[in-house]
Ligand binder design. Structure first.
Ligand SMILES: [Zn+2]
Length: 423
């Protein structure tokens, strides 16, 4: 093809050893055997223009087809879609490393809570802080996540626990959209914990969430999430709160069956929630209830690892049952302090017994569906936003193989190079 007949591209990334595109029918999240059976293009290139993927294919074909303003030689590297983190609590004030030290020395959760630590200490700090201070403290977490390959992220409120403070958290998430390139998806989580002032008045707090918080949050949050767990919110309370959220136009998520099987996953299935998250204690009934409902099982192995539970979600049973599985960081100030989805990929392989390809699909295509971004994020194919990670790794399988090291070489968000190793 002569130069005149070539198509124009902004960027051509060439000579990649392989690209895991995550593409392929049918539309929707991958499940069962398809989760690990990825479309891999060898000796591959990606053409980008106008913020979108123009083509993915063999380097030789794309070199002939496109004339690019910038050619990026990625010899020996691999590419995947930008990682999607569908479950985080990244926006908060304060830091709990003192409590971490106490825990390492053997303090129990109750001892930490009774000395003023735990989630309620983050609630106190977040209530005290201005929106600007929350933004200032949260921005570096998002910047680190980007450098580790995350290009789309869900963030929950839930450290305010009153209408004003929850609104302030959602406003902080909104403001962070303007300060950095990761696409952010907001979730309202007033029912994250019972605040101190309602200790003896559970019913009063549920009324506060339904009558005061949800009406204020509805225009700022796309999803509503509830911590359905023994000692936190019961399935009946969860159902009541989520019914109000649904009436307000929010989509639904549940922190379900993390420590005890209280029927949270079954509830998520019956409500056709977008996702049921954690699932460390899900039983056979819960797994059955999630089949064929469109509800995604978002697994968070970082939390099980970090709090030393010794028990992990039954990923293999969920995959074998045909439930679509996604991975999230659960990045938060107490029970999983990380910004890196790469660590989660390794833990998914080592502790959930997922294959490297299953883990990658769960942290891209399936994670995008868990936050209703399946049509935009998580797949590299023509016409989609060019959210691409180039990895300094010899194969896609090598990404989770290495533990605790950042293998990201470049990150592109909507076709713009937003991070480069060493730059
Ligand atoms: Zn969570």
């Amino acid at each position: 093809m002569s130069e005149q007949t070539q198509e124009r591209a902004g960027i051509l990334i060439t000579d990649l050893k392989e690209i895991a595109t995550m593409a392929g029918p049918p539309e929707g999240p991958l499940h069962g055997g398809a989760l690990g059976d990825l479309e891999i293009v060898q000796d591959a290139a990606i053409a980008i223009g106008g913020g979108e993927i123009l083509a993915v294919g063999p380097t030789q074909d794309l070199r002939e087809r496109f004339r690019a303003s910038t050619v990026v030689d990625a010899t020996g590297m691999v590419a995947t879609p930008g990682l999607v983190d569908p479950h985080t609590h990244m926006v908060y004030a304060g830091s709990r490393e003192d409590e971490f030290e106490e825990r390492v020395k053997g303090a129990t959760y109750l001892q930490i809570a009774s000395s003023g630590g735990g989630i309620l200490s983050t609630v106190r700090e977040t209530r005290k802080a201005s929106m600007n201070r929350i933004v200032r403290q949260s921005l570096p977490r998002l910047q680190r996540a980007l450098r580790h390959g995350t290009t789309t992220m869900e963030i929950k409120s839930g450290y305010g626990l009153d209408a004003d403070s929850e609104e302030k958290m959602l406003a902080a998430i909104d403001y962070l959209r303007r300060l950095q390139p990761i696409d952010l998806v907001s979730t309202f989580m007033g029912a994250h914990w019972l605040p101190e002032e309602f200790t003896n008045n559970r019913e009063g707090y549920i009324r506060d969430v339904i009558r005061k918080q949800i009406p204020r949050a509805r225009s700022m949050a796309e999803f509503c999430d509830v911590f359905c767990e023994e000692g936190v919110f019961s399935p009946d309370e969860t159902r009541e709160i989520l019914a109000a959220a649904k009436d307000s136009g929010m989509k639904l998520k549940i922190h379900a069956d993390e420590f005890k099987d209280t029927g949270g996953a079954a509830l998520a299935g019956s409500l056709k929630a977008a996702s049921a998250d954690h699932l460390g204690a899900i039983g056979p009934e819960g797994i059955k209830a999630l089949r064929g409902k469109g509800t995604i099982a978002v697994l968070l192995p970082g939390t099980s690892f970090y709090i030393g539970l010794g028990r992990y979600a039954p990923a293999r049973a969920l995959i074998e049952a045909g439930v679509p599985v996604a991975l999230g960081s659960d990045g938060n100030p107490g029970s999983c302090v990380t910004d890196s989805m790469q660590v989660i990929l390794s833990l998914a392989c080592l502790r959930l017994r997922m294959t490297p390809h299953e883990a990658l699909a769960s942290a891209t295509r399936n994670a995008a569906w868990a936050i209703d971004r399946g049509k935009e994020a998580g797949i590299l194919e023509e016409g989609r936003p060019a959210d691409v990670v180039v990895w300094a790794a010899p194969s896609c399988k090598a990404i989770p193989h290495q533990f605790g090291t950042n293998l990201v070489h470049q990150v592109y968000k909507k076709g713009v190079l937003v991070h480069e190793e060493g730059a």
